[in-house]
Design a protein around this ligand. Structure first.
Ligand SMILES: Nc1ccn([C@@H]2O[C@H](COP(=O)(O)OP(=O)(O)OP(=O)(O)O)[C@@H](O)[C@H]2O)c(=O)n1
Ligand SMILES: C[C@](O)(CO)[C@H](O)COP(=O)(O)O
Length: 234
């Protein structure tokens, strides 16, 4: 990025949202009259360093064609896969590594991310030329349980973080890392996991804990409150 200040953003939006218990995939549920996905895209499209946004959608997505005309001209689509990592990899493969040597990956289900936090992440990576992710230190005492919810032990919480998105890495390295670990049937729940497994250093950048991932029904109400509050900031 020391040569160019333009990056690509990948937004995985090909999930079915099972835990949301909704007939509509959660990325297409409405908040303040807009879909969750539209809110998320709008967090990125006005940023000067975002040159391209690739949204990974399900191959039988019945919503995106109605939404596309309302989205930025920076947006293109890719067909996602079975798991989130497959969707991210499909979008990565749709990118020109040379044109976009750096990429941010951000969940469609995280519409409350603050632009100031996205900027903070971008500036950190630009300064260090190393991959980084948004996160927040855990506040609560953390417990590890057995499958019967019986506490096994308390987890040391010093240096324990929630990993958020966006997560920002060199496009080619990230594609290689995910490809390699999927080929080895390793479960990857975020991009940092793949980069860690590949031996790359990953920096945590503290961001607002309002950057929630809409996962369960009650999260939609919380996201509405956070979006109303953050619209002033954004
Ligand atoms: N095969 C998949 C699975 C998930 N995602 C996306 O990855 C993000 C985070 O994943 P998650 O919250 O787990 O979404 P779902 O997989 O849809 O949720 P669930 O596990 O409840 O089905 C979401 O924006 C989701 O659309 C994706 O692009 N492709
Ligand atoms: C990428 C992520 O949002 C970081 O916390 C999380 O790993 C996604 O997990 P999910 O099970 O796909 O929601």
């Amino acid at each position: 990025m020391n040569k160019c200040n333009s990056i690509a953003v990948i937004i995985p939006a090909a999930g079915v949202g099972k835990r949301m218990l909704s007939s509509t995939p959660k990325q297409y549920l409405k908040i303040q009259g807009k879909t969750v996905l539209q809110h998320t895209v709008e967090r990125f499209c006005s940023l000067s360093f975002v040159a391209k946004i690739v949204i990974a959608v399900s191959e039988n997505d019945g919503y995106i064609q109605d939404l596309l005309p309302k989205l930025s001209s920076k947006v293109t689509l890719a067909i996602g896969g079975k798991e989130r990592a497959d969707s991210v990899l499909a979008a990565l493969k749709a990118l020109d590594n040379f044109k976009y040597p750096w990429v941010m990956v951000h969940d469609a289900a995280r519409p409350c991310v603050l632009k100031s936090d996205i900027n903070k992440l971008f500036e950190q990576v630009k300064r260090t030329q190393r991959g980084a992710i948004l996160g927040a230190p855990v506040r609560d005492t953390m417990k590890r349980s057995d499958k019967y919810n019986q506490i096994k032990h308390t987890v040391e919480r010093e240096y324990l973080w929630h990993a958020y998105t966006p997560q920002m890495f060199q496009t080619e390295l990230l594609a290689q890392a995910i490809d390699c670990h999927l080929a080895n049937q390793q479960v990857i729940t975020d991009e940092a996991s793949a980069m860690e497994l590949a031996g790359y250093p990953v920096q945590l950048v503290e961001g607002s804990d309002t950057n929630i991932k809409i996962t369960r029904p009650q999260d939609l109400t919380l996201a509405q409150i956070y979006l109303e509050n953050s619209n002033n900031e954004n």
